[in-house]
Design a binder for this molecule. Structure first.
Ligand SMILES: Cc1cc2nc3c(=O)[nH]c(=O)nc-3n(C[C@H](O)[C@H](O)[C@H](O)COP(=O)(O)O)c2cc1C
Length: 333
């Protein structure tokens, strides 16, 4: 198949059949879903979110019991126990770490390499992408602001032209707002080594997310997957894309509360931001695990606009491959 040939650079990096990453989603990307993804030939990524080292160790072991294929672990760079989390992954012989929530410094990349693991990070701008490759990062993900969860300010289209087209020879995956195989094939033709998808997998049959959560996403319109307003320039918080509900209003109220504390000197900037991160993680849990779709966080990308049915991983992967193949055949010179 033409698409498999185009995917070769990416599959070599990931050790999967297809150069598609199932992006980590806190509370959703757990052992069952991640192992099912890797068994379906894509590259599953465990979300570690706010997990401490021991629960992460157990989750990795549970995933390894269900698949012999490679999978990655997503760690959050601002986690206070980052070094211990990396040690756990290294000891459990995880193949790849995906570093989120910031820009890793060289010591983190070197530590990951010392265990023989590969390090993948997110790049929000060309200068940062160049620096990360100089520091030895193995691959980057460009994630546009259409994506679900924490996002940067720029769209997939802009990042593609800013970074990917200037660094075609480097291993770069593209994420944010991708669903169809034609788009995956186009990104590969532009020089990407693969794509990362998230929201569609949150809603798949193998996802253990609560039925209410899945149903809310499947019936949502893309225009309701919004970013909460930033209340103060001095107190920037990472924007998080989620469906509008009571929970998003509560987040604004929480932001006001933390901002007031910050202005009164009762909380430092970093701790204030961390408390907002904990707020998100808690409300995402409420939606994903308990099914509270009113007050819980319904993180999802704008792509919910066109995700309308709960499909199995096999159906999603088969569709991606056949759409990509048909497109490549139709547009071959
Ligand atoms: C519910 C949800 C939770 C997410 N949690 C994380 C996370 O913990 N770490 C991370 O790096 N990305 C997280 N993401 C982003 C995804 O890994 C992925 O990059 C993104 O969903 C891709 O864009 P798409 O949703 O348009 O497919 C999350 C996305 C969603 C929808």
């Amino acid at each position: 198949m033409k698409i498999l040939k185009l995917m070769e650079r990416g599959t070599k990096i990931l050790g999967s059949d297809y150069a598609i990453l199932g992006g980590a989603m806190t509370w959703i990307s757990e052992a069952n879903l991640v192992s099912a993804m890797s068994n379906a030939g894509i590259f599953g990524v465990l979300a570690s979110g706010a997990m401490e080292p021991d629960p992460l160790k157990n989750e990795i072991a549970a995933t390894q019991e269900k698949t012999k294929r490679n999978f990655g672990v997503n760690v959050i760079l601002m986690h206070p126990m980052l070094n211990d989390l990396i040690d756990v992954c290294g000891e459990k012989k995880v193949s790849h770490l995906i570093l989120a929530g910031g820009i890793p410094d060289k010591t983190v990349i070197d530590k990951i390499h010392s265990y023989g693991m590969q390090a993948i990070a997110f790049a929000p701008a060309l200068s940062i992408a160049k620096r990360l490759f100089k520091q030895g990062i193995d691959a980057l993900i460009l994630e546009g602001s259409e994506a679900g969860g924490h996002v940067g300010p720029l769209s997939t289209m802009v990042l593609t032209q800013d970074i990917l087209l200037n660094m075609r020879e480097y291993p770069i995956f593209v994420a944010g707002g991708i669903l169809r195989g034609e788009v995956v094939a186009s990104m590969l033709r532009l020089g990407a080594v693969g794509c990362q998808l998230g929201t569609v997998f949150a809603c798949c049959k193998e996802s253990t997310a609560h039925e209410n959560f899945k149903k809310a996403l499947l019936k949502a319109s893309g225009r309701n997957a919004v970013l909460p307003p930033q209340l103060d320039e001095k107190f920037t918080v990472a924007p998080v894309r989620a469906l509008k509900n009571v929970g998003t209003e509560e987040f604004v109220a929480k932001q006001k509360e933390v901002l007031a504390k910050f202005e009164r000197g009762e909380v430092a900037l970093d701790n204030g931001r961390l408390s907002l991160e904990h707020f998100w993680a808690g409300s995402l849990r409420r939606a994903v695990r308990e099914g509270d779709v009113e007050r819980g966080s319904l993180m999802s990308g704008q792509i919910v606009e066109i995700i309308k049915e709960e499909r199995s991983l096999k159906e999603i992967v088969d569709a991606l491959l056949s759409e990509a193949e048909e497109f490549l055949t139709r547009t071959a010179d």
